[in-house]
Every structure is written in structure tokens, then in C-alpha cells.
Design a protein around this ligand. Structure first.
Ligand code: ADP
Length: 208
């Protein structure tokens, strides 16, 4: 299964992507982590990537795509991945579809939109501020999200797109995401990872 998580910075995508990947037993592919690894290299490319990241801007689509594509080509990603932070622009989403089709793979199975209001995520970002990140950069990152990434929700609408309330406590968000992915897995037949949710379904029902 190829699952894409979309949401503003501060919505908790990283935590949720990591939990979901663990449940499905597929890799959690976070473009921000892959790019951070490049940015610490003392090379022209590393310096270039770093300059975009510290400014709160996106790195160019070609570069983001190349780095994620390399990761998807590794054998552990053959059964699926949880993508976190990629795609982040419409151009990246189109190109991801092309790459997957070119490899003879199914496209994105589920897109999950973790929704949280601007003021809420800016407050969360302020609370967990990294030393290298000014309040201006945080606002910039939010604005870039709204302008470049939010249109992906419409792009994926004709596939499965669930909106999850990201203002809830972390475990409630995890539960809602699981419910969405499970619903899709049941309908979707034999996709890898689908079985992972069978025990979880029982557990969730038992609590309710
Ligand atoms: P967060 O989870 O805090 O929102 P990420 O770790 O996903 O941030 O990304 C950090 C930075 O890495 C972004 O602000 C951007 O500069 C760069 N980046 C990550 N993913 C992409 C992408 N798909 N396209 C372009 N730039 C990206």
C-alpha cells in the first residue's frame, strides 16, 4: 500500500506516519529527514539544500523527487510505504504518479489529510521551536504549505482522501487514521499490509 499523509507543519504527520508505518510493517519515508541528511553534507548540494530548508522554502521539485525516488527503489519499499512530507507540490504529485506507473506499480492507494487550523499549528510550532528556526520561518513554512501543498487534497480527492481532525489528542488521530486505512484495506482486497489491521479492528471495537 502506498499511503500519503498531507497536513500543515505541526499537525503531527511525522508521529502518525511513523506509527502507521510500524502497524503496516512498511518503511516510513520522510522527505524532510532524507533532505536533512543531505543538508548536513559539506558539499555544494548539501549547502544548497540547507539554504532552502533554513529559509522555510521548499527545495526544487526535481531534487525532492530524485531523493524520494531513490528511496522508493530500495527493496524494503517494494510492498508499500508511508510517505510523509512528499509529495508537497502538485508537480511532485504528478511526477510521483508517473514514477509509480513507470515501475508498473499501483499508484497512491490512500491519501490522508490531517487537518489543523493555522493558529493551532503555529502555536505548536512555537512550543517546540528548534534553535535554527525563527518565528518568521515558521510562518513562512505554514504559508508555503497553504499555497503549494494544500491543493494536493483536491488532487487526490478522486482516490481515497480522508480528512482527519488533527487537533485531537495524538492517540485519537492515530485511531482515526487506522479506521480510514482499515476501511480501505477491506474494500481494496489483497494489498500488502491490509492484514495488519485485522487485530486492530477487534481491539478498537472492544474499547467502544
Ligand atoms: P515538518 O515535518 O517540520 O513540516 P519536514 O521535515 O517535512 O518538515 O521538511 C523540512 C523541510 O525540508 C521543508 O521545509 C522543505 O524545505 C524541505 N522538504 C521536505 N520535503 C520536501 C518536498 N517534498 N519538496 C520540497 N522540499 C521539501
Amino acid at each position: 500500500m502506498i499511503i500519503v499523509l498531507i497536513g500543515p507543519p505541526g499537525a503531527g504527520k511525522g508521529t502518525q506516519a511513523s506509527r502507521l508505518a510500524h502497524t503496516l510493517n512498511v518503511p516510513h519515508v520522510a522527505s524532510g529527514d532524507l533532505l536533512r541528511a543531505v543538508s548536513v553534507q559539506d558539499t555544494p548540494l548539501g549547502q544548497q539544500v540547507k539554504s532552502y530548508m533554513v529559509a522555510g522554502q521548499l527545495v526544487p521539485d526535481d531534487l525532492a523527487l530524485r531523493i524520494v525516488e531513490e528511496r522508493l527503489a530500495q527493496s524494503d519499499a517494494a510492498n508499500g510505504v508511508v510517505l510523509d512530507g512528499f509529495p508537497r507540490t502538485l508537480q511532485q504529485a504528478h511526477r510521483l504518479d508517473d514514477v509509480l506507473a513507470g515501475d508498473g506499480r499501483r499508484g497512491v492507494d490512500v491519501a490522508i489529510y490531517i487537518e489543523a487550523a493555522r493558529e493551532i499549528v503555529l502555536e505548536r510550532m512555537r512550543a517546540r521551536r528548534r534553535d535554527d528556526e525563527t518565528p518568521e520561518v515558521q510562518v513562512k513554512r505554514y504559508d508555503v504549505y497553504e499555497h503549494d501543498t494544500l491543493p494536493l487534497v483536491a488532487y487526490y480527492r478522486d482516490r481515497v482522501t480522508a480528512s482527519i481532525d488533527g487537533e485531537q489528542p495524538i492517540d485519537a488521530v492515530t485511531r482515526d487514521i487506522a479506521t480510514t486505512v482499515r476501511a480501505h484495506s477491506v474494500g481494496g482486497g489483497n494489498s500488502a499490509g491490509a492484514d495488519a489491521f485485522k487485530p486492530a479492528a477487534t481491539a478498537v471495537q472492544a474499547h467502544e
